[in-house]
Design a protein around this ligand. Structure first.
Ligand code: R2B
Length: 310
């Protein structure tokens, strides 16, 4: 039966114990977090992760390794001489995961199925490790709608193809809807950290989340395409008319899963191309690399502010 899902469109995202989230976990001999190569018997998860306050996720293993070193520098964290950061999940060959004091930096791959698998295991890790009120942030890349390349978007709302803040999933053959709500206070705090001296703009806005980089999001430059560029443009114009400022591929599942678990979360992404001008990402690599640092800079300010106050 999935009758438990009848009233699940509740946007009160309050923290719940793991036994409330899933009573089956307590009955397991060992909970194996397969895709991050950890387990609650094979590892002392409390010793390894209890101090974690920020779980930062982004698409690629390389970028998240780079973020780990960047944040290490920003917070003045020192590794023992002659050592490097270790990819804690390297044996899974699925995701990369680094820990720098109270900050974890984890790659989530592309799309909602990939981030969804990771989130289930990270949320269990939060509970097994006994972390206290960690926040989850996705820091990534996106396309924009009439926004300049290099602009950082802090999402205050995430929407699906029907412009609803709803994440739909097929569970036991039934279509189940979950609210995809982000923490409004956290979004406002992040935007407030934009500095007038920054050489980039930071805006707050509505994010459209798609399942498909090409067909699904109206990109006319995939290998196969049955619609015209004019139809694609009409689709983008309609999203823009409805207040959407950017498009990416993970925020709905991210917002919905963190909300179900009662974990505060935020989505930050830098615009790599204005979809009303081009479907292709044309900037040189050095420009893209600098742009990808921008949401990380904003996030570093937030992390340092929280750490300084604690
Ligand atoms: C942004 O960039 C990726 C696709 O290139 C995807 O993960 C996303 O959301």
């Amino acid at each position: 039966t999935i009758s438990n899902y009848e009233n699940n469109m509740n946007t009160n995202c309050s923290f719940k114990k793991l036994s409330e989230l899933n009573p089956n976990i307590d009955k397991l001999d060992e909970d194996i977090l397969y895709h991050i190569a950890l387990g609650n018997k094979s590892h002392d998860l409390q010793k390894m992760f209890k101090d974690v306050k920020f779980i930062i996720m982004g698409g690629t293993p390389k970028r998240m390794e780079q973020f780990a070193y960047y944040i290490m520098d920003e917070i003045g964290y020192e590794l023992p001489p002659g050592t490097l950061l270790n990819d804690i999940s390297k044996h899974s060959h699925r995701y990369a995961m680094y820990k720098v004091g109270p900050i974890m930096s984890v790659s989530h791959g592309m799309g909602m199925p990939s981030i969804g698998i990771l989130l289930h295991e990270l949320i269990k890790l939060v509970h097994h490790a006994g972390m206290v009120d960690p926040i989850f942030v996705r820091v990534g890349t996106c396309g924009g709608f009439s926004q300049k390349g290099g602009t950082v978007v802090v999402s205050d709302e995430v929407v699906n193809d029907y412009l609803e803040s709803v994440y739909e999933l097929s569970i036991l053959g039934a279509n189940v809807k979950f609210p995809a709500a982000l923490d409004q206070g956290l979004a406002s705090e992040l935007v407030a950290l934009a500095n007038p001296q920054d050489d980039f703009e930071t805006i707050k806005g509505k994010t459209y989340c798609t399942d498909s980089f090409y067909d699904g999001s109206g990109r006319a430059d995939g290998a196969i395409c049955e619609f015209s560029t004019a139809e694609g443009m009409e689709y983008y114009q309609n999203l823009k008319k409805n207040g959407v400022v950017n498009v990416e591929m993970e925020s709905l599942a991210f917002a919905a899963l963190t909300c179900r678990a009662g974990i505060k979360s935020a989505v930050l992404a830098v615009i790599l191309s204005d979809r009303l001008e081009t479907d292709q990402i044309k900037q040189p690599k050095e420009v893209l690399d600098e742009w990808k640092m921008r949401p990380q800079k904003l996030l570093a300010r937030y992390i340092k502010k929280v750490l300084a106050a604690s």
